[in-house]
Design a protein around this ligand. Structure first.
Ligand SMILES: C[S@@+](CC[C@H](N)C(=O)[O-])C[C@H]1O[C@@H](n2cnc3c(N)ncnc32)[C@H](O)[C@@H]1O
Ligand code: SF4
Length: 394
């Protein structure tokens, strides 16, 4: 069914699952720290986890590392240094690989940032969310506007030139002026990258049980349109639904994910996706979610999670769910390389989406139209129905 000549590029995701406090909108696998983070035990569990996964990626180069959370900046620079040293000793890491760490204002200072930098982290992603004190309070953040600004300056003074700021819009109590003011402050700080997410209300969150009043659809649409123009004028190009960067500063790790590249995931609840070109399979991995159970399984060398073999149909849909988020879309060759399938496997979905004005094709490049980007879920409906065929125009 699949016809891979080689697997797609490989990256490594490392999940650190603790936070000072659980935010009311957050459905990530993050847990409030009760006493202290069991840093040493967790790092040892991560190393054991990686060692078990090594045979799955023998001989392959890791192109980038992303340490996400939770709040990875709760870990000490020494802990991160030990972790990255152990990773380097076990996998072949591409020279100059992008190594990102997520950090929260309120958990960092300049010395800590310098320590992360010395450990080999070369990109920081700061969870700012907003620069307005009232809005930060409305979304239950542990930091205020002054700490947000201080964190950005400390990261810059700590030697980081590749910084992402996470911001959100559509927050309870936020009007268009406040959303644009956040972007203006961000642009003035000149980060390499801005991620600007619309707040979504996820099941299993406090906000789902106690919905806050949020801006209406029309306001959200205006925020998005005017925010996009502001970011563009400030020198940031949108390359994915929520990701904006200066030229050449796109997040390489996330780009690989959106292009349906491979990734190994280690840590509590981490997900991975790996292509085996010898067996012609694509497998998803999910590690045990609960941190205590995860550490115990790693210590006892028990199974750390579940695996699922993907069908061609799964692969086509998952490819579309990711690649159609990119402004550049995908190419015919990119589809074949990432999915191992002939281009014909997506032909019906593509022509149905083009007929409805949701997708456009320009020679060998396929991308969502502005309408398709706005109604991505509708666009994906046509890919859901797709039954891949074995032969086709690819
Ligand atoms: C994995 S979180 C971790 C970052 C870090 N712990 C923090 O919150 O500062 C990455 C980003 O996802 C965004 N995010 C989390 N939950 C969200 C939601 N329900 N809607 C929109 N964006 C969300 C936030 O901007 C957050 O910074
Ligand atoms: S700090 Fe980040 S990961 Fe932690 S609960 Fe808040 S949004 Fe989630």
């Amino acid at each position: 069914m699949f016809e891979f000549t080689a697997p797609p590029p490989l990256t490594l995701y490392i999940h650190l699952p603790w936070c000072v406090r659980k935010c009311p909108y957050c459905d990530f696998n993050s847990h409030e720290v009760r006493t202290a983070v069991p840093e040493q035990a967790y790092v040892e569990a991560l190393i054991a986890d990686l060692e078990r996964d090594l045979p799955l990626v023998w001989g392959r180069t890791v192109e980038s590392i992303f340490i996400g959370g939770g709040t990875p900046s709760l870990f000490s620079p020494e802990g991160i240094d030990h972790l990255l040293g152990a990773v380097r000793a076990r996998v072949s890491l591409k020279p100059g690989a992008e190594i990102t760490l997520e950090a929260n204002p309120g958990t960092v200072d300049q010395a800590r940032f310098r320590g992360f930098r010395d450990a080999g982290v070369n990109r920081l992603s700061l969870g700012i969310q907003s620069f307005q004190p009232g809005l930060l309070e409305n979304i239950g953040r542990i930091h205020d506007d002054r700490q947000a600004l201080a964190a950005v300056r400390a990261a810059q003074d700590g030697g980081f030139d590749n910084i992402n700021l996470d911001l959100m819009f559509g927050l309870p109590g936020q009007d268009i002026g406040a959303a644009l003011a956040d972007l203006r402050i961000a642009i003035e700080l000149q980060p390499a990258h801005v991620s600007w997410y619309e707040l979504t209300i996820e099941p299993n969150t406090w906000f789902h049980r106690h919905p806050p009043a949020r801006p209406g659809d029309e306001t959200l649409w205006r925020m998005q349109r005017e925010g996009l123009a502001l970011l563009k004028a400030g020198g940031y190009r949108r390359y994915e639904v929520s990701a904006y960067s200066r030229a050449g500063r796109e997040c390489r790790h996330n780009l690989n994910y959106w292009r349906f590249g491979d990734y190994l995931g280690i840590g509590a609840g981490a997900h991975g996706k790996l292509t085996d070109a010898a067996r012609q399979t694509v497998t998803r991995f999910a590690k045990t979610r609960h941190p205590a159970r995860y550490m115990e399984s790693a210590r006892n060398r028990e199974c750390l999670g579940a695996e699922t073999l993907l069908s061609a149909r799964d692969v086509v849909l998952e490819f579309a769910m990711n690649a159609l988020r990119l402004d550049a879309g995908f190419t015919v060759a990119g589809f074949r390389e990432a999915t191992g399938l002939p281009f014909g496997a997506a032909a019906e979905a593509i022509s149905a989406s083009i007929d409805r004005g949701l997708l456009e094709i320009d020679r060998t490049v396929i991308r969502a139209t502005p309408r398709g980007q706005r109604y991505l879920d509708e666009l994906l409906q046509y890919w859901l129905a797709e039954e891949p065929r074995d032969a086709g125009i690819g």
